[in-house]
Design a protein around this ligand. Structure first.
Ligand code: MLT
Ligand code: MN
Ligand code: ZN
Length: 302
């Protein structure tokens, strides 16, 4: 199973269009110190041709241009067999409507995410005005096989699990399942990957799940809890925004570094996070702890 990181920045991308924080400044003025990143998304495939997206970001058109695969023979070619969502946040779902030219899409979402896409953001009915979208509801704790649009099995299965987080800000009522992590398994090789781009609290049960996998792609949004406050650009703490910070005694780095089996990679990294600077002490701390700072285009095979 091949997994490609299509985007490793949090909502807003990197650099963010309206941000001149020190890290965004470096991305523009000293690009060798900080590589640009698109908004968080990944793609998974067993044959390297037919892909399933894990979330669909607003940068999806550029991201699909980077997908590996043979040059298509036909006039139209849709390399996306389906989209699996971990939540209904805008950075993870605006790309669905931008695929409306596809004519036929598959969406796999929990009932709670489906309801938000139908009733709150209305991304689903707007997309369905242009294209057929077959929706499969996925359930926490239940494995669902990923099938191609022609009905054939891909050999990949996904299992959503609950992660602590709040519902998107624009939602009228949040229900269980509005935010999940995904375990992906290649049923032929047994290779597995945990995809968790947003997590408010990395507890023992979650760590235990991740310990059994081969690859963990995890929420690296903020370095510190008061990152936005200390820069003077926000008044909410990382934890209030449902992102457990990386650093500190209760940060995700000290917990993830204990996992010995999986390769561990940070993704969904906010533009203010100093790990984005190639030469920062924070980057060195992450790498010395045995973790990788995700970058767009990184590919893994499990
Ligand atoms: C988040 O990751 O906290 C959300 O995507 C917030 C946002 O970008 O709107
Ligand atoms: Mn986000
Ligand atoms: Zn910035």
């Amino acid at each position: 199973m091949h997994i490609v990181l299509l985007g490793t920045a949090a909502g807003g991308g990197f650099p963010q269009w309206n941000c001149w924080c020190p890290i965004c400044r470096a991305a523009r003025t000293a690009p060798q110190r900080a590589v640009r990143r698109r908004q968080s998304s990944a793609a998974v495939s067993v044959d390297g041709e037919r892909w399933f997206l894990l979330n669909a970001s607003p940068d999806i058109h550029d991201q699909l241009d980077c997908l590996p695969g043979p040059i298509p023979a036909g006039v139209r070619h849709v390399p996306v067999e389906g989209i699996v969502t971990t939540d209904a946040e805008l950075d993870h779902t605006l790309g669905i409507v931008l695929l409306r030219e596809a004519r036929h899409l598959q969406l796999l979402a929990t009932a709670a995410v489906r309801r938000i896409l139908e009733q709150d953001s209305r991304i689903l009915p707007v997309t369905q005005a242009f294209a057929r979208v077959d929706v499969t509801e996925i359930e926490i704790g239940r494995c669902t096989p990923l099938g191609y649009r022609n009905g054939d099995s891909s050999g990949i299965s996904i299992e959503p699990f609950a992660v602590p987080a709040g519902a998107p800000r624009f939602v009228r009522e949040g229900a269980t399942g509005h935010t999940v992590g995904l375990i992906l398994v290649d049923r032929e090789t047994g290779g597995s990957c945990a995809y968790i781009p947003g997590c408010g609290e990395l507890d023992g049960a979650l760590l235990e799940r991740m310990a059994q996998t081969d690859l963990v792609l995890f929420d690296g949004t903020f370095w510190t809890d008061d990152e936005l406050i200390s820069l003077g650009i926000g008044d909410r703490r990382a934890r209030e925004m449902d992102h457990q910070p990386i650093s500190g005694p209760s940060g995700t780095l000290s917990r993830l570094s204990r996992l010995t089996r999986p390769k561990k990679v940070y993704t969904h990294i906010n533009n203010t996070n100093p790990i984005l600077l190639e030469d920062s002490p924070e980057r060195e701390i992450v790498e010395r702890a045995g973790l990788t700072v995700g970058a767009d285009g990184m590919t893994f095979t499990v």
